[in-house]
Design a protein around this ligand. Structure first.
Ligand SMILES: *Cc1c(COP(=O)(O)O)cnc(C)c1O
Length: 493
């Protein structure tokens, strides 16, 4: 493909993308293919001779499209949203254009400096404490800073590595500690989660090889100070060494918010690294009315949220801040002569390769910069507030219907609900009714949602938050929920 053909085909692709988005709310959101469908359709070796763009384009429409689940559809209510937006797509196209591997400042000064700038913008946009920013108010370098990771899971691992570094340094500093002592003790490190913490916490612990304690939550699915203290006291009696705790701002199951001030107290008292996972709900903090809910986060050691979930930025873009980058950078810096050192103000020449697992990194700050500039804080807040209002409206309608109950109040864009036992002749059939309801809705195919289990019970999760969804999509979902509930309840009688 030469540049002239690229110019022509590029315009066709943009047209195809625009057509797709114009129609995305009208196509069934869920793919109905069976496993292996594509393997049967494609050759089992790469072609020896070049093929035409037209041939690939045709296959994209006929073979790939049927196997796509349309996350950008306004009728997609599963998991959490994965917002795309036109400004982000365009920004990402420029990232593909430059295709730099921005592991340090020299690799591409703008890629490093823009990330530092937009991560400070973003931190301020969500009201993050100043400790987390790269620059202090007087423009001098702070101890903290933000970095874009590929995902919240990666952020979790990175935070835990920094935590381990901090813990090991403390062990080494103990009077008379030999390196054998430290080696023996490092196997006793234990990280704390709640039973509602995202699976990425356990994965991070598996990766770094530490022990974990899952602290039970109560009725409201929150990790409390008291439960955490109890778990720590038990572990310490066993000779274990607590070093890390994750507080969640908006859990995956129910968007519960852990007792962040309480966790901060415990973290301070026990010298734990306190990581906050706000992967989904962090986007809501762009709106000042949500910030009181995140009280306590100003005392954390690291804070993470995903603009790629609910803040209009295409995957992948996960924002991680640390209040003090020393431990992180100490743990992940490895010098080689092929990474020449750049002389100058360290505030501007951050070696982001030392803030993440891989060496190479994409120019992801571009898309975030496009999003923040083209929506403005106003536009981002409107997106969040509209979604929250729609989720609350839907929940109100369902409660008013009389057959549904909310499992937890709607705080953000997630409604967790079920057909209630009282709506059934036999209340013991409630789990069956709700699994059947989810199946019936997805078999219908006009909307797509998934369920979860809470305290052993089957419930529905409705995540509102598509960039392209409107009230029309919520109306359709409400209609389908009611219709299918009628059928399911009748079928059980
Ligand atoms: C979605 C989610 C994650 C994982 O996000 P990735 O970026 O896909 O790794 C982590 N924590 C919470 C609370 C989430 O909701």
């Amino acid at each position: 493909m030469d540049v002239n053909e690229f110019r022509k085909r590029g315009k066709e692709v943009i047209d195809a993308i625009a057509d797709y988005y114009e129609a995305v709310n009208d196509i069934p959101p869920m793919s109905t293919v069976s496993p292996g469908y594509l393997y049967k359709l494609l050759p089992h070796e790469a072609p020896e001779s070049p093929e035409s763009f037209d041939a690939i384009q045709r296959d994209l429409q006929t073979k790939i499209m049927p196997g796509m689940t349309h996350w950008q559809s306004g009728n997609f209510f599963s998991w959490f949203p994965s917002n795309s937006s036109f400004p982000a797509i365009l920004g990402d196209m420029y990232s593909s254009m430059f295709d730099v591997v921005g592991f340090n400042w020299l690799c591409s000064p703008a890629a490093t400096e823009l990330e530092t700038v937009v991560m400070d913008w973003l931190g301020k946009l969500i009201g993050l404490d100043k400790r987390f920013l790269s620059f202090k108010e007087d423009g001098t370098e702070g101890n903290g800073g933000g970095v874009i990771q590929g995902s919240a899971s990666e952020a979790h691992i990175v935070a835990m590595i920094a935590a381990r570094e901090m813990a090991l340094e403390r062990l080494k500093a103990q009077d008379g500690a030999t390196s054998e002592d430290v080696d023996k003790q490092r196997h006793k490190l234990v990280a704390y989660f709640s039973d509602q913490t995202h699976s990425s916490g356990q994965k991070a612990a598996n990766v770094i090889g530490c022990k974990t304690t899952s602290v039970p939550t109560g009725e409201d699915f929150r990790l409390t100070k008291e439960a955490l203290e109890r778990a720590i006291a038990q572990d310490k009696e066993q000779g274990l060494i607590p070093f890390f705790v994750c507080g969640t701002f908006g859990t995956t199951n129910t968007t519960a918010i852990d007792d962040l001030p309480g966790i901060a107290d415990v973290a301070q008292h026990e010298s734990l690294w306190h990581h906050i996972d706000a992967a989904y709900a962090g986007s809501a903090l762009t709106c000042p009315e949500f910030r009181p809910l995140a009280a306590g986060s100003e005392r954390a050691d690291s804070f993470n949220f995903n603009p790629h979930k609910w803040m209009l930025t295409n995957f992948d873009c996960s924002a991680l801040w640390v209040a003090d980058s020393t431990h992180l950078v100490n743990a992940l810096s490895i010098h080689r002569e092929y990474y020449p050192k750049v002389e100058g103000d360290t505030a501007f020449i951050k070696d982001y390769r030392n803030w993440q697992l891989p060496l190479g990194r994409r120019f992801r700050s571009l898309k975030l910069w496009f999003v923040m500039r083209m929506y403005g804080a106003e536009g981002i807040r409107k997106h969040i507030r509209d979604d929250v209002a729609q989720a609350k409206w839907l929940a109100d309608q369902l409660v008013a219907d009389g057959r549904f109950e909310l499992i937890v109040p709607v705080v953000f864009g997630l409604a967790v609900l079920r057909i209630k036992p009282e709506a059934l002749n036999d209340p013991a059939m409630v789990d069956k009714a709700n699994t059947e309801l989810i199946k019936a809705i997805n078999d219908d195919g006009r909307v797509f949602l998934v369920g979860t289990k809470l305290n052993g019970n089957d419930v529905l999760r409705v995540a509102v938050g598509s960039t392209f969804g409107t009230q029309k999509n919520i109306d359709l979902l409400l209609k389908i929920l009611k219709e299918q509930a009628t059928k399911v309840i009748a079928g059980l009688e």
